[in-house]
Design a protein around this ligand. Structure first.
Ligand SMILES: Nc1ncnc2c1ncn2[C@@H]1O[C@H](COP(=O)(O)OP(=O)(O)OP(=O)(O)O)[C@@H](O)[C@H]1O
Length: 480
């Protein structure tokens, strides 16, 4: 098993909750493979914990399996064996938690349990309101990947509304944590891997660091029966009721439809934008797609555009979907050489911009001494600013990113200043920071300019993936 990586903040929040003296009802959710179970297990290490993973079987079978797990952790007990309902089991666990002076009960895939027994949220409410757990020894964690159903649990109409003591969505890992799955790789390859798999720990854990990026891509996507060859379709099928409709919508967006009207025109069976809206909302909830507005535009302007957000979906639609027939016939190696490798730098351009924006969102404090209030981009009819935003002190940030094979010179600054002159955004800002991101670093001339001008920051790849401890074995990335 891979060693546990990252998740510092999530762990801290959970452990703080487990340390409180009151009873806890934690709702933890996040898309499939995001690492919820691993996180709960890590957070409850060195504590007494019952971790139960529900499945799609009948309610009575899930309850029986939970009782078995309780017996395994707490020891066999005829009292437990005689209990045949959820409320009884919850009361039993609460009593044992008091005796043991602390116990975590984690019910993973809670929506499966509710699917088999729709009364379960009311049972939990009844249990909670009976104040049996008030002593604070019992910590209940309800966990699930069906995000819509977990959010439903928190909704006002649901019996559990207002009872939770903590609700937390588990998000994809940031680049710096993801890079730790392939610690000996050079930063460019770590960033490329992140732009292909995203921050989903399960996908990252499938990587074999001694192998090259190409070998990993071939094994994960291109070989016959490769584990991620159908992953986006699998995800849609496992989370949603109309996977075909969702798949058509993501395909339309991947193929360049950015406005709702353009998407409707490409998806069979849809006629009106209003019909499309619920699907778009759900896909945004799952962070498969995102809706963006140029920061310069009026908030109510109708110039939003949709794009794929999830890196795996982006990579799959760009390189796997068009080649599925060749892959099925065993031509994975040829697909890599002819159809993927020559286009990877082109793919990385926008992916690198996303990484730059994420970096400023997460690390503005460390760079500028003040957090960011908004980071996005600005576009007009004849220009685009890759990175733009404001910091909490009212200053403005603008940036440009270059995933090119050569160092970046002073002309990049002129180019960015020309674009800034065309916009109205943050005209009143007191200060302006310019930030440049480059794969191959910066010319001496630009470095000298940045040494003198404190309003300019140059960021190389090493800084983006910088980790707290050095890479074991130094730079020993296998060739691409
Ligand atoms: N923090 C982590 N560090 C290292 N590996 C991790 C981490 N989190 C998850 N993984 C890897 O990802 C795999 C999937 O994680 P996990 O089963 O926890 O996800 P999940 O969100 O519960 O998934 P699902 O909803 O599909 O059941 C784990 O088996 C583990 O290999």
């Amino acid at each position: 098993m891979t060693e546990f990586i990252g998740r510092g903040q999530d762990l801290e929040v959970l452990q703080r909750e487990f340390d409180t003296r009151r009873a806890s009802l934690v709702i933890l959710y996040g898309r499939k493979r995001i690492g919820k179970s691993t996180l709960i297990q890590q957070a409850s290490r060195s504590r007494l914990a019952i971790y139960f993973q529900a499945t799609l079987i009948d309610d009575s079978l899930n309850l029986a399996a939970l009782k078995e797990e309780i017996s395994r952790v707490l020891g066999e007990d005829p009292v437990l064996e005689a209990i045949s309902d959820w409320l009884g089991v919850l009361h039993y666990v609460a009593r044992r938690a008091e005796q043991k002076k602390g116990l975590i009960l984690a019910l993973d895939e809670f929506p499966y349990l509710v699917g088999g027994n729709s009364a379960l949220p009311s049972v939990m409410q009844k249990f909670w309101d009976s104040k049996v757990a008030e002593g604070g020894a019992l910590k209940i964690v309800l966990c699930g990947s069906l995000i819509s159903q977990m959010e439903e649990l928190l909704a006002e109409r649901n019996p559990l509304y207002g009872r939770k003591t903590l609700a937390r969505e588990i998000l994809p890992m940031p680049l710096r944590e993801a890079a730790e799955f392939v610690p000996q790789w050079e930063p460019a390859h770590q960033i490329m891997l992140y732009s292909i798999l995203g921050g989903i720990p399960y996908y990252l854990s499938l990587c074999d660091p001694p192998q090259s990026l190409a070998e990993n891509v071939e094994r994960l996507f291109l070989a016959p029966s490769a584990p991620l060859q159908d992953e986006p379709e699998f995800l849609l099928r496992s989370e949603l009721n109309e996977p075909r409709r969702y798949a058509s919508i993501t395909a339309a967006i991947a193929d360049g439809a950015t406005k709702a009207s353009e998407i409707v025109a490409r998806v069979p069976g849809l006629k009106e934008v209003t019909q499309l809206s619920p699907y778009l909302v759900r896909l945004q909830q799952m962070r498969v797609i995102m809706r963006e507005r140029s920061l310069d535009a009026d908030e109510h302007a109708r110039n939003h555009r949709y794009s794929l957000q999830d890196p795996l979906f982006k990579f799959w639609h760009r390189f796997i979907r068009p080649n599925l027939s060749a892959l099925a016939r065993g031509f994975g190696a040829d697909v890599w050489v002819r159809n993927i490798q020559p286009l990877l730098n082109d793919y990385m351009g926008p992916a690198f911009e996303t990484i730059a924006r994420d970096h400023l969102r997460d690390h503005a404090q460390e760079r500028f001494g003040v957090p960011a209030s908004e980071i996005g981009r600005i576009w007009g009819s004849d220009f685009e600013i890759d990175v733009a935003g404001r910091l909490l002190d009212g200053s403005a940030v603008y940036g440009e990113c270059k995933w090119e094979n050569s160092t970046v010179g002073v002309s990049i600054r002129k180019h960015l200043e020309e674009a800034i002159a065309k916009i109205r955004y943050a005209e009143e800002a007191r200060a302006k920071h310019l930030v440049f991101f480059a794969r191959k670093g910066f010319s001496n001339e630009l470095q000298e300019v940045a040494n003198v001008d404190r309003g300019i920051q140059l960021i190389g790849l090493d800084e983006l993936v910088r980790r707290s401890h050095p890479r074991p074995g130094g730079n020993s990335t296998p060739p691409l």
